[in-house]
Design a protein around this ligand. Structure first.
Ligand SMILES: [Fe+2]
Ligand SMILES: [Fe+2]
Ligand SMILES: [Fe+2]
Ligand SMILES: [Fe+2]
Length: 310
């Protein structure tokens, strides 16, 4: 009954959906860390993780249709009382459902419509979850509390480091997702997705610690764009991991809180592992996969033996 919608139009709609999911992830994480440690925070974090799955599914469809998934994000609500934040989350879910319904009506491709239906079923549950959290937070008197104004960071060396680390991890998540979505190599794509998930964990741990110090974890990208070719992207990732290891190790020395020290040391250990894996990937990469050399750079028997040929 549906005509097939031209791919480009479908991609444009899916990119809108990706921006919405991206905004939801960041909004819910920010709101999660506005609550003290406990059940509400954990529930919001769990919903943010589901939005991450949605983003990945939508990105896969964009790639299947020949597009590059956008790294832009839609508008999000970061400031207000806890009541206002949770009300904004309920509204975000309602708007997401309305947007997906419009897109289902506009898209002819059966498998994409099925995916959007599946996502809607999650968003409806999220809306109910947020409404329930709002009710419970109000009943407990917690909702009357006002989280610190967005953007104001507490003083202190540890908080400054944590805020900087959150930005770095957020950028790393986006870079690895971008690499995973755009890689032509299945194995590399999978490996980058795993790294994105690990960096997302780091982001959560650091944001939690920062929130416990009274700070608001700013989830904004570091300046700059990502490399255009896959080979350059891999080089950029290796350099970035090396920089992160260096910074985390310096921070471990500089902070006095033993829990923050232990956390930073643990993350540094993970980054060292990432660095090694990426290095190995670079070495093992068949030249033809990432980098097709120009004819005069190609290996010849002569060049392998270290002498001129011809
Ligand atoms: Fe979602
Ligand atoms: Fe949702
Ligand atoms: Fe990390
Ligand atoms: Fe890493």
């Amino acid at each position: 009954m549906f005509e097939r919608t031209p791919s480009q139009e479908v991609v444009a709609l899916l990119q809108d959906d990706i921006m919405g999911e991206h905004a939801a992830i960041v909004q819910y994480l920010r709101h999660a860390y506005s609550f003290p440690e406990g059940e509400f925070r954990a529930e919001l974090e769990a919903i943010a993780r589901e939005e991450m799955r949605h983003l990945e599914w939508l990105a896969e469809k964009v790639v299947e249709l020949g597009g590059a998934p956008t790294l832009e994000r839609g508008p999000a609500v970061f400031s207000g009382s806890l009541t206002e934040l949770l009300a904004a989350d309920v509204k975000a879910e309602e708007e997401a459902v309305a947007l997906y319904r419009r897109h289902i009506a506009a898209i002819g491709q059966e498998e994409i419509r099925e995916l959007l239906e599946r996502i809607i079923s999650d968003e409806e549950v999220h809306r109910q979850q947020f409404a329930k959290i709002l009710e419970e937070a109000e009943a407990s008197g917690l909702a009357a509390a006002s989280p610190q104004e967005a953007g104001i960071q507490p003083a202190g060396v540890a908080a400054t480091f944590l805020a900087q680390d959150v930005r770095h991890e957020y950028t790393a998540v986006l870079r690895y997702l971008h690499h995973s979505f755009t890689s032509s190599d299945c194995e590399a794509s999978r490996s980058m997705e795993e790294k994105a998930i690990e960096e997302m964990k780091h982001l959560g741990w650091l944001a939690e610690k920062l929130a416990d110090q009274g700070g608001q974890p700013e989830m904004e990208r570091e300046a700059g764009t990502f490399a255009a070719s896959e080979k350059e992207l891999l080089a950029e990732e290796i350099a970035d991991e090396a920089k992160a290891i260096n910074e985390y190790d310096q921070q471990v020395e500089a902070v006095s809180d033993p829990w923050i020290k232990a956390l930073l040391a643990r993350i540094s250990y993970h980054e060292k592992f990432h660095h090694k894996l990426l290095q190995r990937m670079k070495e093992e990469q068949a030249p033809t996969k990432l980098d097709v050399p120009s004819p005069d750079q190609r290996l010849t028997v002569g060049s392998l033996l270290g002498r001129e040929h011809g």
